[in-house]
Design a protein around this ligand. Structure first.
Ligand SMILES: [Zn+2]
Length: 511
């Protein structure tokens, strides 16, 4: 059976979009995070390479290459790989440039037996809610109906019929916060190769649930999701014809009227088993909805909570996430409310805080290091939701970086403020340590990440506080204000997920 050598092209266009942010994601934003092509991509994804240097040594495409190596007779053909940190929708120019390059390189790589793509699944463009459906359709048009397409997705993807139409093999992360990028690519690659070699017959089905949810209840290692994630992994391991089992907990700020949780199951030719497993998983997810959304303190209450956490501050630090402005979920990162509260109510604490403000960076670029500065920070990217805050302090450092553009460090007395030109994805201690700031000496460290910071800050984190600064693009309130095409939890309780599922999947109602 193993007679034929296989050729599989691979690439990536990935970004998680926050449709509420007015800051479009441009080609530069991809270049700052990850934009690699051809031979350099092959090197980055091979053993010993670093696929996304600032972020992950091994991600989806390294996992896929590993599956090719394990097969022994499959040649992986590198196209282009582009990944931007979460932000506003992708500009049409950036989308066309990246899709165009992916397609040009794919045409040059023909003939191929398969294509492996790493996408996010919740990417929006400035003029489209489903740019990934466009990318997939373009790839399908080039390779034709016989070539199999495998896709790795984030579990925050929004599944739609348009996206699924071109996909033969689908694997999503099975961890949240995500730590199985490479494993996900390897799962997709293994199943793609098995199908191409005729060892399996792919049969997939999915379910779409009229519910959205967020907060701590979506973590894979805590109830209520822990047993459900565990079930997914055992389904794939127990060899009872389930090849892939995925669940999706949509990115909440995509502003799609069809947004909802979903299940996707692939079996080895067993349609009935696929339906049974998908229905059972959907029922389990549906039951989770009754757990309420998180109730978060406002800035003043959060500061009082941090002040009271004396032991946590003595042994390490309190890590505070501005849940209304989470850059890791695509927010602009320019909200000034927490900084204002820290300067007014938290002067007895030592703070490290992030802020994205290209206008302030421009103003500081001509200032003297060590000199006094007076300027406004924040509110320059999303003036409808944040206000500029006048501050006075000392410019400690000013430097050019690969990941954040130009970065200024301001000493504002109780607050050391790191101002960035690019997206201020403050989720690792290095965001501050690389500026010469001491995370161990801080009482409160600000982050712009919902969950990944818990992994990166594990050593110094003694207590975490999620603070709500009101009206931002990543407030849970915005979810309840969304316009949905159908009654959707938590706005309403439809009682049964099945009618909405049939409508969303565009299948006829069962008799
Ligand atoms: Zn995600």
């Amino acid at each position: 059976m193993n007679a034929r050598p296989l050729r599989i092209a691979y690439g990536r266009i990935a970004q998680e979009s926050n449709a509420l942010s007015p800051v479009l994601t441009q080609l530069d934003d991809f270049a700052r995070t990850h934009l690699v092509r051809g031979r350099a991509l092959a090197e980055a994804c091979s053993a010993g390479g670093r696929e996304v240097p600032a972020f992950l040594a091994d991600a989806e495409l390294s996992g896929f290459v590993r599956a090719c190596v394990a097969d022994g007779d499959t040649t992986p053909l590198p196209l282009v790989s582009a990944w931007a940190v979460p932000g506003g929708p992708v500009s049409r120019a950036a989308l066309d440039a990246l899709t165009g390059e992916l397609c040009d390189r794919l045409r040059a790589a023909l003939p191929v037996d398969g294509v492996m793509l790493s996408l996010h699944g919740a990417m929006a463009a400035e003029d489209s809610l489903e740019p990934e459906a466009e990318i997939l359709a373009a790839v399908r048009a080039i390779v034709g109906p016989e070539v199999k397409i495998a896709v790795a997705l984030d579990l925050h993807a929004d599944l739609t019929p348009n996206k699924l139409r071109a996909i033969d093999v689908l694997a999503a992360y099975q961890t949240n916060p995500h730590r199985d990028h490479a494993r996900t690519g390897e799962r997709a690659g293994r199943q793609l190769i098995a199908a191409l070699r005729g060892r399996t017959r792919l049969h997939s089905t999915w379910r779409s649930l009229p519910m959205v949810h967020g907060g701590g209840l979506t973590l894979d290692f805590l109830p209520p999701m822990l047993p459900i994630f565990w079930r997914l992994r055992t389904l794939e391991r127990d060899k009872s014809s389930v090849l892939l089992a995925n669940l999706f907990m949509s990115h909440l700020w995509l502003d799609s009227p069809e947004l909802g949780w979903a299940v996707h199951v692939t079996t080895d030719g067993d349609a009935q088993r696929a339906d049974e497993v998908a229905d059972a998983l959907a029922d389990r997810l549906w039951a989770v909805r009754h757990q309420g959304p998180p109730q978060l303190p406002d800035a003043q209450a959060a500061i009082a909570e941090a002040r009271a956490a004396k032991l946590a501050r003595r042994l390490g630090a309190v890590v505070m996430c501005d849940a209304s402005d989470v850059v890791g979920a695509g927010a602009p990162g320019d909200r000034s409310a927490l900084l204002a509260a820290a300067l007014e109510h938290g002067r007895d604490l030592r703070w490290l805080l992030p802020m994205r403000d290209p206008a302030a960076i421009e103003a500081l670029s001509s200032a003297r290091i060590g000199g006094e500065v007076a300027l406004s920070v924040g509110g320059s990217l999303d003036p409808a939701r944040s206000t500029p805050l006048p501050v006075r302090g000392t410019l400690r450092r000013f430097e050019a970086t690969d990941s954040f553009g130009r970065v200024a460090t301001l000493d504002l007395g109780p607050v050391q403020l790191v101002v960035t030109e690019g997206a201020c994805l403050a989720m690792k201690p290095e965001f501050y340590a690389d500026r010469g700031l001491d995370v161990w000496g801080a009482d409160v460290i600000g982050v712009k990440s919902f969950f990944p910071f818990r992994l990166y800050f594990a050593k110094v984190l003694r207590k975490s506080i999620y603070v709500r600064t009101g009206g931002g693009t990543t407030d849970f309130d915005t979810v309840t204000a969304q316009r949905f095409a159908r009654p959707t939890w938590p706005q309403m309780d439809p009682g049964d997920w099945r009618p909405a599922d049939r409508a969303r999947r565009q299948v006829e109602a069962m008799r």
